[in-house]
Design a binder for this molecule. Sequence first.
Ligand SMILES: *Cc1c(COP(=O)(O)O)cnc(C)c1O
Length: 399
Amino acid sequence: MTDSVDPTRRRYSPQTELIHGGIQRSQHGETAEALYLTSGYVYDSAEQAAARMSGDEPGFVYSRYANPTVRMLEDRLAMIEGAETCRITASGMGAINAALMSSLRTGDRVVAASALFGSCRWIIGTLMPRYGIETEFVQGDDMDAWAEALSTPAKIVLVESPANPMLDGVDIPAVAEMAHKAGAKLVVDNVFATPMLQKPLELGADVIAYSATKHMDGQGRVLAGAILGKTDWIEEHVDPFIRHTGPAVSPFNAWVVLKGLETLDLRVQRATSNAAHLADAVAGHPKVKAVRYPGRKDHPHHEVLMAQMKAGGTLIALSLNGARAEAFRFLNALTLIRISNNLGDSKSLACHPASTTHRALSDEERAAMGLDDSWVRLSIGLEDPADLERDLMAALDAI
Ligand SMILES: *Cc1c(COP(=O)(O)O)cnc(C)c1O
């Protein structure tokens, strides 16, 4: 890999680095980030090829390893997160899988909060045990359960906070301290909070994993993922894993995410203010049994979440009076908000987790998360909040 960012360059606030961070201009001096849609690189001589491949000479050798457009995105994200280094992958799951599997061996232990994105639960609950990795799920808000699970040495701890789909909170500093005493690295999936609202490294995490598909692209176009952490750990574990197993992102997709980052702060602010307004607006409706929004005092993990996040974020979970039929009637009555399991888009989206994103869990697993058929998840976008409110109210009335 090449060193890219000039260490003497002045650093700006994350809001400014979202726009300028990591940019490397070609000899043409283009304003916008260049899109290097190339799989390979040519050398001036056989000697140079040998020196590049051995790492004696800096420079790109193959886009499965690194690419100039992808590198700009990696440097930009590292700057806004305050991380030493970043690697971009083809999807969020590519990032989380590499962050988790790259350092593990047979016999290692992994502890995770039970409320996780479905595919993360599959990696930990199904894939890892096949390779003799011992795994354990802990109720994220049960500090005694964390203490018990981390009284035995572990290699990796994974949490998501706020978690999908119930927006559960995990006390990241407390879990980080216990993880470190157990000898583990704490990996935080920070997708729901976004880099604008929560800084896991400052809270004690060692590694952050993202789906850049969500708020970073933010306009529902491409898949991408990111891993951020310390350079020595990433170079030792993640780099060989990524190079040889191949979850490399397309430079085109990385370029789309780079351009998405330029408006990330504005978009997250607008979607968050829309979501905060709508969570309050629907809370009193007679068809609504419960609202879960991190910024509302009636969220059971409000204090833990708001001690870690600057604002409540862009997602809301709603429990409706009734069960699946009522939840489906509500979704089918929406006209502006579309039914989709995606999230973090500029378009507001709604889904029924128990029959879609969390369909593969057993009834017991769903019950342990507090997720029954009455819940819907809303991902709030950038529309006029008055239009969104009218759509939600009309659909609630239609139940
Ligand atoms: C979407 C998502 C992922 C997976 O990301 P992909 O880009 O879809 O692979 C992981 N974690 C969370 C919390 C997500 O929302």
